[in-house]
Design a protein around this ligand. Structure first.
Ligand SMILES: [Zn+2]
Length: 394
């Protein structure tokens, strides 16, 4: 079992602070990517490169054998109302062993911890029986799984195991509900508002769909671990020739959280059934967006992120429990995330065994006064080093 020296710990904290001080809102990860690549080169990785999408990847290992991927995202959401922060979100303020700022918990501290996990392996001369890849990806916040998919399917990473560094408060995350975003267009027939009976009001039609959606909630599937699926209308707009005309079109956005067993086809079909029952004319489709990364790489993305859950008894979960026990001396809690992660692709789509482990608390994610306990960042680094040895024994 390796431990960090005092100067290592200092350096790790300095890196975490520097990462928070380097803004990296989704699409603007260039500066933070350079910082991370330089740190990886300094701290013992065998190879470090940046792919065409702008993801930064480091490799440590034998150059053959099984492949373990540590995955973290470089991007953050915006700071929102700066005045609501008690400390400057980009100053990298440290008080009483806590680092404050945007990205502290989600998930720059974990990126620093992953690098220092490899530094521990390198400094102790630890050989692995396979390759550890540490990948820091772009644009996870707007479209989780997009970069992970490119890495696995197009950049040739093809890992056998994935560890996500999203915040778990040093527990082991086994899964998350998935989600799908749906665009619904309800069509009507325009007419003068003075003679509504001669037209079909798209807003009235959409209202029938919305009530149907509310009635759907109790019948959505429930998983004993991940909980129940949910459905919510999150946006509505309509078009009409004037304020005195009957709207011929009403657009809705539907946010559907998917538990195990719920698929895109099922979610779309549920809405189609309501539409048919109510005699509506509606188009229902998964939202699609075009994403451009800081390198100019462009990708069309469908906003469908499947749910996933690792069995407690799986070798990966057991190895992670062992790694925490051996490096920190206690048995970690097993948990699931409320939010969605790259696991939607790695396990949800690709079926690659995936877990989460990282410093930081889920309740500080995407909030003002985001923070991470620095002692947990060094603990995480030790666990990452141990986990690589558990999963890739020489
Ligand atoms: Zn995150």
């Amino acid at each position: 079992m390796q431990t960090l020296t005092t100067s290592d710990m200092q350096e790790l904290v300095e890196l975490a602070v520097k990462l928070v001080q380097t803004p990296s809102v989704s699409g603007q990860e260039s500066a933070v990517a350079q910082l991370l690549a330089a740190a990886m080169k300094r701290h013992g990785f065998h190879d470090v490169w940046t792919d065409r999408m702008g993801n930064v990847i480091g490799r440590y290992g034998a150059g053959r054998g099984p492949r373990l991927l540590f995955d973290g995202h470089m991007d953050t959401i915006d700071v929102g109302d700066r005045g609501a922060w008690s400390r400057d979100p980009f100053a990298g303020v440290v008080e009483d062993g806590i680092l404050y700022g945007r990205g502290a918990a989600d998930m720059k501290a974990a990126l620093a911890a992953m690098i220092f996990g490899v530094k521990l392996l390198a400094e102790s001369g630890t050989q692995l029986g396979g390759d550890l890849f540490v990948a820091f990806v772009v644009q996870e916040e707007p479209c989780e799984g997009m970069a992970a998919q490119v890495l696995c399917e197009e950049e040739g990473l093809a890992p056998d195991f994935v560890v996500l560094g999203e915040p778990t408060n040093l527990a082991i995350a086994l899964g998350q509900r998935g989600r799908i975003e749906l665009d619904v267009t309800v069509h009507g027939r325009s007419g003068h508002a003075a003679a509504p009976q001669q037209a079909v009001n798209a807003i009235n039609a959409a209202a029938r769909l919305i009530f149907g959606i509310e009635l759907l909630q109790p019948s959505l599937l429930t998983d004993p671990v991940l909980g129940q699926g949910t459905i919510a209308v999150t946006h509505i707009s309509s078009t009409a020739g004037s304020r005195n005309a009957i709207p011929d079109r009403c657009d809705l956005v539907v946010d559907r959280r998917l538990t195990l067993g719920e698929t895109e086809a099922r979610a779309v079909n549920e809405l189609q059934q309501i539409s048919r029952r109510e005699g509506l004319h509606a188009d229902i489709a998964t939202t699609e967006i075009t994403v451009q990364t800081y390198t100019g790489f462009v990708r069309r993305v469908r906003k469908y992120y499947p749910p996933w859950l690792m069995p407690e008894k799986s070798p990966l979960v057991r190895a992670a429990v062992r790694a925490v026990e051996r490096s920190l001396g206690y048995s970690p809690r097993l948990t699931t995330w409320q939010f969605s992660t790259d696991g939607a692709y790695t396990l949800g789509t690709a079926g690659i065994p995936t877990i989460g482990f990282g410093p930081g608390d889920e309740r500080h994610v995407h909030t003002v006064n985001e923070q991470v306990v620095l002692a947990d960042v060094t603990r995480a680094a030790r666990v990452y080093a141990q986990l690589a040895q558990e999963l890739l024994p020489a």
